[in-house]
Ligand binder design. Structure first.
Ligand SMILES: Nc1nc2c(ncn2[C@@H]2O[C@H](COP(=O)(O)OP(=O)(O)OP(=O)(O)O)[C@@H](O)[C@H]2O)c(=O)[nH]1
Ligand SMILES: [Mg+2]
Length: 246
């Protein structure tokens, strides 16, 4: 599942690169009426190849709801055993998809992690890397989740895991969405595993992230921590978090 907003330069290439990995893969692009015409490009791709589907939303409604609507469509319209989310800007290398799928054979959620096994980020300015590393240390400390890359947007879920996570309760966007969905999985006792990946800065196009998403995540982690008592899973059900496959 690829969320897109103004990814015209990337979308055809990334869809092609994903489909090349495995003949059984299908791609769902969730586009928010990108002004640059990404949605039309995806429509063309879908006409040429039945493995490509598009979900067109009427306006830019944020990444969190794009994932939720995309996951629901994937679960509702296909019998996919695994659902994978990744960015459309080549920060996430399609060649790593088979490793995430393999990790999900023995885990419920596999996280493509930039920060297990050292720091694996290419071409990011030092300031941005520092913010990301510190944000992840902070999020792990506050939520208590032993995950090195809680804000990763490259993840694979077993179908049964996504079916158990109450997607309608996830309200956040951006980085916070990534933290919230991992937290929801861990709360249900699902097995979360990190797989080291190499992350590169986007190839073409521009970033859509705002300062808001950083603040949203900063508050969310406290909310997750403080709401733990209410409706929380008992200790024995808490995450069986299993770090890195190495
Ligand atoms: N459908 C949808 N997709 C979005 C939205 N905002 C961002 N995206 C897509 O989500 C993915 C991640 O967004 P990016 O802007 O690359 O965010 P980022 O990777 O954290 O930031 P950069 O490193 O600057 O690229 C990309 O594929 C975007 O096109 C949105 O509101 N709706
Ligand atoms: Mg990106």
């Amino acid at each position: 599942m690829l969320p897109t907003y103004d990814e015209r330069e990337n979308v055809s290439r990334i869809v092609g690169a994903i489909l090349e990995q495995d003949p059984d893969l299908q791609v769902l692009v969730v586009d928010d009426a990108s002004p640059d015409g990404t949605g039309e490009v995806v429509e063309e791709l879908a006409k040429e190849d039945p493995r490509v589907r598009a979900l067109h939303r009427r306006r830019k409604a944020g990444l969190g709801t794009a994932y939720v609507e995309g996951f629901r469509k994937a679960l509702g319209e296909t019998d996919a055993r695994f659902v994978l989310q990744m960015d459309a800007d080549f920060s996430h290398d399609p060649a790593e998809i088979p490793r995430l799928l393999a990790a999900c054979e023995t885990a419920d959620v596999a996280i493509g992690s930039r920060y297990c096994d050292g720091v694996r980020v290419l071409n990011w300015p030092l300031r941005r890397l520092a913010v990301s590393v510190l944000a992840n240390l902070y999020a792990a400390a506050v939520t208590g989740l032993p995950v090195r890359d809680l804000t990763s947007g490259f993840k694979c879920y077993r179908r049964s895991a996504l079916e158990q996570i109450p997607l309608g309760e996830i309200r956040s966007d951006g980085y916070a969405f990534q933290i919230e969905i991992v937290h929801a999985a861990a709360r249900r006792g699902l097995r979360v595993r990190e797989v080291p990946i190499i992350f590169s800065d986007r190839v073409d196009g521009r970033s859509k992230l705002s300062r808001w998403v950083v603040w949203e995540a900063a508050w969310l982690v406290w909310w997750l921590r403080l709401s733990r008592g209410r409706g929380a899973a008992p200790d024995r059900d808490r995450a069986r978090l299993d770090e890195g496959l190495g």
